[in-house]
Design a protein. Structure first.
Length: 675
């Protein structure tokens, strides 16, 4: 829409703004108040004043309780398409707010409020907002249906609120099949009140509401954190075979990787084992209990034969099993493979077989001589047992009865509510801990603008990264001298002027072995893995088929890290490429002062000097016709530059990770204290 004060859309009719102007103004102000002021000032107040927008927002109630606007929207949605039955999941969670009381001109705001007025002289001040949200399982929408200002909610109060929420939502015409919550002890007590059985021998997540069966679904992300915390605090668990599951192996892996300066294709760092200062971060738990960590432990034990990892099989098996279970409970993409694919008829038998085995595996775990389900650290394990039962129940109720074709278990998670909380905090600008009044204001805005996608996580993310290269880039120099790149004589003239065509003397020498005293076996294995990554990177940048073919190894390297992790997409490097990466690593190690000026240029020059006189990449045309350029030095530069980029990025990241960060710890402390 053209922003023009003379545009009829922007002209007020009898003192009122048209619906188009209202929608545009509210959307623009929601995205950026500063941008709104700029547009309004630039185009001579064609948009309403901010105070006018505030009066429009007053039409929304926004008071604690179940939101009338949300319920009306649900009714309209169901009436618009009566033939379609919406299947939804309900989730709830508390968000910390600042403990304070404010006068809004009519009343004091900030006291505990359950949606009804309380005439009491000793009303407590609220420290949390308890929010309920619907997530559609057979659609792509989510909707907050209400919130309550609380100081702390008992299990009985939560059970009553859940029942009330189920009543008002089902009256609108949607079907609820699950209730999701985190690992708070009051939530599991609430589940008992609703009618679920969480006893050791009779675990059952099903409860009845008005003769309809529903299931509880403890949030998998929170359960995974509890599993990590249990292993990290108790240090040793025991599986059903009596084998020890040891936290020490994870610490040894981190120590080994930091000592070597390489990682065995995993993401764990010191912050993953020293997690207590960032205990709320799900990412740290998910990356620790992952397939890549299990593979790394087995690789150290079996391929590298390191004594300190001699009995880590039970630990690797524990990590791998919980990684697969988390994948099944976090599916979202139909194009995914294996256990990451949503549950459907085709993969049900395979998934059910694993879930049954996992159910028995969890029940067999012990802390010392005590079964894990009878210990004080049972919450995460019972939560996953409930999830296993719940996901199989939902298959029978939804997929087997043809209500839906597949089940994306991610839609059952609490992530949608966490994202909503992040959006609420973001509306405060520099203030990420809103008061009750500020929470209400942000909540009203989110209700109106719920259809707006997040600017950084919506559908408009550029998924392709387009590089603009100059003629001095070695990859482009190779591309410009291949038959697949159509060039004019003028293009060749430009290349000849801009590319450094140094001649390299190539005596018939063949030496592929790096000095064994420089690199350990651990480092050599990781270098081979990085070389495979370099192939994948250069595939999209180099067009010369001969150059690309010289990088590949036609046979799989059996004892390599690639072979351990390969699921069909990893590349195996040629001996020449491995040698070249080894040379680049030796140069990198030798130059300890990597923070010097022109570090990349200096390191590249060192690499080229060390390759002088070596005849590598025999398939590459060393002498290109018309002596325009030869590919050999350009290919060496490309490979070395890619490798050094990886190492320099790793160096800076490792430098930051070594710092003892307290930012996250104190941020959470401030929020939870209600300051």
């Amino acid at each position: 829409m053209e922003i023009n004060p003379q545009n009829p859309y922007f002209l007020m009719k009898r003192g009122k703004y048209s619906p188009e102007v209202r929608k545009f103004a509210l959307n623009l102000h929601f995205i950026s108040p500063r941008a709104y002021e700029f547009v309004r000032k630039t185009f001579k107040t064609c948009l309403p004043h901010v105070r006018t927008l505030a009066r429009w927002y007053e039409a929304i109630d926004g008071e604690p309780g179940f939101s009338t606007e949300s319920l009306e929207a649900l009714k309209l949605l169901c009436k618009s398409n009566p033939s379609r039955k919406w299947v939804c999941a309900l989730c709830f969670d508390e968000m910390s707010i600042r403990r304070t009381v404010q006068w809004n001109g009519k009343q004091f705001v900030g006291f505990v409020n359950f949606g009804c007025e309380l005439n009491s002289d000793d009303q407590p001040i609220a420290r949390e907002a308890l929010v309920f949200m619907l997530t559609c399982i057979n659609g792509s929408w989510k909707l907050p249906v209400g919130y309550f200002l609380v100081e702390g909610v008992t299990a009985e109060q939560k059970a009553s609120l859940v029942k009330s929420c189920l009543d008002v939502v089902t009256e609108c015409g949607v079907d609820i099949f699950s209730v999701t919550f985190d690992g708070c002890a009051a939530n599991f007590s609430m589940a008992k009140i609703l009618g679920c059985n969480i006893e050791t021998n009779f675990i059952n997540p099903v409860f009845f509401h008005k003769d309809k069966e529903l299931v509880i679904f403890p949030d998998p992300s929170h359960m995974l954190k509890l599993i990590r915390n249990t292993l990290g605090d108790k240090l040793i668990l025991t599986n059903g075979n009596g084998d020890s599951i040891c936290w020490s192996y994870i610490e040894l892996l981190v120590e080994l990787q930091e000592k070597e300066g390489f990682h065995l294709a995993n993401k764990i760092r010191g912050s993953h084992v020293n997690y207590k200062k960032q205990i709320m971060k799900v990412r740290l738990a998910a990356q620790l209990l992952s397939e890549s960590v299990a593979n790394a432990l087995e690789f150290c034990s079996k391929e590298l034969s390191l004594e300190q990892f001699g009995n880590c099989d039970a630990t690797a098996d524990f990590i791998r099993k919980f990684n697969i279970l988390f994948d099944i409970l976090n599916t979202r993409n139909l194009k995914a493979y294996g256990y990451k694919k949503p549950l459907m008829t085709k993969n049900y038998d395979n998934i059910k077989k694993f879930l049954d085995e996992m159910f028995d595996y969890i029940k067999s775990i012990k802390i010392g001589n005590t079964n894990i389900l009878l210990s004080k650290r049972k919450t995460g394990f019972i939560g996953f047992l409930l999830n296993i039962k719940a996901i199989l129940f939902l298959y029978d109720k939804l997929i087997k009865t043809n209500r839906i074709e597949f089940l994306s278990s991610y839609k059952l998670s609490q992530d949608h509510l966490e994202i909503f909380f992040s959006a609420i905090r973001a509306k405060g600008g520099f203030n990420n801990n809103p008061t009750a009044a500020q929470f209400k204001s942000a909540y009203k805005r989110m209700l109106i603008h719920g259809e707006l996608k997040h600017l950084t996580t919506g559908n408009c993310i550029p998924l392709t990264d387009i590089h603009i290269l100059t003629y001095n880039e070695p990859e482009l120099a190779i591309n410009k001298t291949t038959g697949r790149s159509k060039l004019t004589s003028e293009d060749f003239d430009n290349i000849q002027k801009n590319v450094d065509t140094e001649n390299v003397v190539l005596p018939p020498d063949h030496d592929y072995l790096a000095d064994p005293t420089r690199l350990t076996e651990f480092a050599e294995k990781v270098i081979v893995y990085i070389a495979g990554f370099i192939i994948k990177s250069l595939e999209n940048q180099i067009k010369c088929e001969q150059c690309l073919e010289s990088l590949y190894n036609t046979e799989k390297i059996v004892n390599s890290l690639q072979f351990k992790k390969d699921k069909g997409g990893l590349r195996y490097p040629s001996r020449d490429l491995i040698y070249l990466c080894t040379v680049a690593e030796e140069v990198y190690i030798k130059n300890k002062n990597i923070y010097m000026k022109d570090v990349m240029h200096n390191l590249l020059q060192e690499c080229i000097k060390k390759c002088y006189g070596k005849r590598l990449f025999a398939e590459v045309p060393h002498d290109f016709p018309s002596s325009f350029i030869n590919h050999y030095p350009m290919l060496i530069k490309s490979v070395c530059k890619k490798y050094l980029n990886v190492r320099l990025h790793y160096s800076t990241k490792s430098y930051v990770d070594k710092k003892d960060s307290i930012r996250n710890l104190y941020t959470k402390l401030i929020l939870f204290k209600g300051q």
